[in-house]
Write a protein that binds this ligand. Structure first.
Ligand SMILES: [Zn+2]
Length: 264
């Protein structure tokens, strides 16, 4: 395994042994080195190509020593079309990083996105921006923040589906106030086939757990652990709606328009 292999995967806690890449360097604080043969490849959505593409490192990647167990790596990744994204890593080594077989892990990874590069494709109308924000928050380790964005999209799309259902599902109580969300979600689940089968049994359980996250009874780690499942639930629902022509016609376009009490 090489440094490039580790940098091309999501950060994990576990250390991985790699071929030495800073052999016999002094490793003084602030010392800069060029990393030859370090190839990084990461997937992003390229707006220019209108698809998820693999962005590869170009030129030499440079690194700076903070110590012999901690280095900062700075690179530019490019799509085939020339669209670029800037990426930084903080890499920690369990042993001396200048050895022949250091054991390393990514402590931190940050990208500078632009209008041309994002994490997700743009197929979710107005919701795309919130889904992108949720992914970025999760990537930065902000568990509760990531869930807040997802929950907003989920509540909106379920409410829109209720209004668009045939016959419509009532979203307000007789006194005109909005019904509690579970009283909307349950009939939507029953009458509209929009919950992905993976979540058919415990879609609401998952949502309930995530409500706790949003209402303060959470820990960040737990929120991050549940993020992927909730993201799959929300995008799964959006995909099901997109392929349901009748429902999609009734909803119009995916987004914050119509009905609901807020647009934020
Ligand atoms: Zn491209």
């Amino acid at each position: 395994m090489t440094l490039g292999d580790v940098l091309s995967k999501p950060p994990i806690d576990e250390y991985k042994q790699v071929e030495g890449f800073l052999l016999n360097k002094k490793g003084k604080i602030g010392q800069q080195e060029k990393l030859t043969n370090c190839n990084i490849a990461l997937n992003y959505y390229c707006n220019n190509c209108d698809d998820i593409r693999t962005f590869c490192s170009v030129g030499n990647i440079s690194c700076i020593f903070e110590s012999k167990t901690l280095i900062s790596i700075d690179g530019i990744l490019s799509c085939n079309c020339g669209t670029t994204v800037r990426v930084w890593f903080l890499v920690e080594s369990r042993n001396d990083i200048t050895l022949a077989a250091p054991e390393i892990r990514i402590l931190k990874r940050t990208e500078k996105f632009s209008d041309n590069v994002s994490l997700i494709d743009h197929g979710y109308g107005d919701f795309t921006e919130f889904l992108e924000k949720s992914k970025r928050a999760a990537r930065e380790g902000f568990g509760a923040g990531s869930i807040v964005y997802l929950r907003k999209v989920f509540e909106r799309i379920i409410t829109q589906t209720a209004e668009a259902a045939n016959p419509p599902i009532e979203i307000k109580k007789p006194n005109g106030k909005p019904k509690p969300f579970d009283q909307i979600l349950n009939p939507v689940k029953e009458h509209c086939d929009i919950i992905p089968s993976e979540f058919a049994e415990d879609g609401y359980k998952l949502f309930g757990e995530l409500s706790d996250v949003v209402h303060g009874d959470y820990d960040e780690e737990e929120a991050l652990l549940k993020f992927d499942a909730f993201y799959r639930l929300v995008t799964g629902v959006l995909e099901k709606i997109k392929t349901n022509r009748e429902l999609m016609a009734a909803i119009g376009t995916l987004g914050w328009h119509s009905g609901g009490e807020d647009g934020e």
